[in-house]
Design a protein around this ligand. Structure first.
Ligand code: SAH
Length: 324
């Protein structure tokens, strides 16, 4: 792009970005650019770093798109539509994931590589071309904090697309050095920690990354994040039948987090991915929730979206890209 804009006034790149951020679908729509420049860009600079390979529409309005990068890496992103009008985009930060959480479909895929900031933004722009979007979660494929430079570079641009930093959530397995970067980055991004097990032994069993960054250390970093930003840290807890959904485990979690507004637990109904786990029943989830509430821990149960098209949490793994 820059090469094609050499010799052009310096505001041209900004003009192109402003059009793209507002949902333009081609250079041709950028009517404040000279026609010759628009034609040259269209000929020489691909409009997106990503190519759409497949798109699925769920009954609840959720859209899941499979893209390929220029070097053929699969990337999935999801648009979630809520009744109250919210439009939330779930983006991938890596193609595949180097971590091996045992319940997650992406974790069973081969790791490709980190995505560039443009590849992250192009997922958002794809949906922005369908309709305005106002929330974003880094909850697609990959561990965003293992690619924190590109994630922050992409996040910096989101307000231009209509997504404020306060409505942007970075979800992590607890990659410690990255949490500190989020806390000190100067953007009021929301932090979500995928905790999933209230003790180190179980957590290491289902999330091997716990051996590297144990619970107490990660929770201490989350508390520092809360102190620095004055916003609650979201605690994600995927409900696995017979694994982490017992009464004592709810008590243990309540003790670990404590009452008050430092943490806000989000219980996630498990979406089957063929990894051998079963989701907890609705009753088990409600009972678990009640224990947390009794102990003064704020808690909500996540609404599952797009389950019928395998677009729900942890289901993003491009078909055909699964490890044999
Ligand atoms: N690597 C980051 C972000 C991607 S996963 C992280 O782990 O936080 C986004 C969330 O979906 C995480 O909380 C993850 O544990 C959860 N998840 C993974 N597989 C799931 C599944 N099959 N059903 C429900 N949630 C799942």
């Amino acid at each position: 792009m820059q090469q094609e804009l050499d010799g052009q006034p310096s505001y041209r790149a900004r003009q192109v970005w402003e059009w793209a951020a507002r949902g333009a679908a081609s250079y041709d729509e950028m009517t404040n650019l000279p026609r010759a420049l628009r034609d040259r860009l269209a000929e020489r600079v691909p409009f997106s770093t990503l190519t759409v390979v497949d798109e699925a529409h769920a009954r609840d309005g959720t859209v899941k798109t499979l893209f390929h990068t220029a070097d053929g890496r699969p990337v999935e992103a999801v648009l979630m539509r809520y009744r109250d009008g919210r439009r939330s985009v779930c983006v991938s930060s890596q193609s595949g994931c180097p971590l091996t959480c045992t319940f997650c479909a992406t974790g069973t895929m081969r790791f490709g590589r980190n995505l560039t900031a443009s590849e992250i933004l192009d997922q958002v722009l794809h949906f922005r071309r369908i309709e305005p979007v106002d929330h974003l979660v880094f909850m697609g494929m990959g561990e965003p904090l293992m690619n924190v430079d590109n994630v922050l570079a992409a996040a910096a641009r989101l307000p231009d697309i209509g997504i404020t930093h306060r409505r942007t959530t970075v979800s992590t397995v607890g990659w410690l050095p990255g949490i500190e970067r989020i806390t000190t980055c100067g953007m009021p991004l929301r932090l979500a920690f995928s905790l999933h097990a209230p003790d180190d032994a179980l957590r290491s069993r289902i999330m091997p990354v716990n051996d590297r960054y144990p619970l107490a250390d990660v929770l201490a970093a989350c508390r520092r994040h809360h102190e620095a930003t004055n916003r609650p840290v979201f605690i994600e807890y995927v409900m696995l039948a017979g694994v982490n959904d017992r009464y004592e485990q709810a008590l243990q979690l309540a003790r670990l987090l404590g009452p008050g507004f430092t943490f806000k637990v989000n219980l996630i109904p498990y979406n089957p991915t063929g990894t051998g786990y079963e989701g907890s029943s609705r009753e088990a989830i409600d009972a678990f929730r009640a224990v947390l509430e009794e102990h003064g821990v704020p808690v909500t149960v996540r609404l599952t979206r797009g389950r019928d098209i395998a677009a729900a949490c942890g289901q993003l793994a491009a078909a055909g890209a699964r490890r044999a």
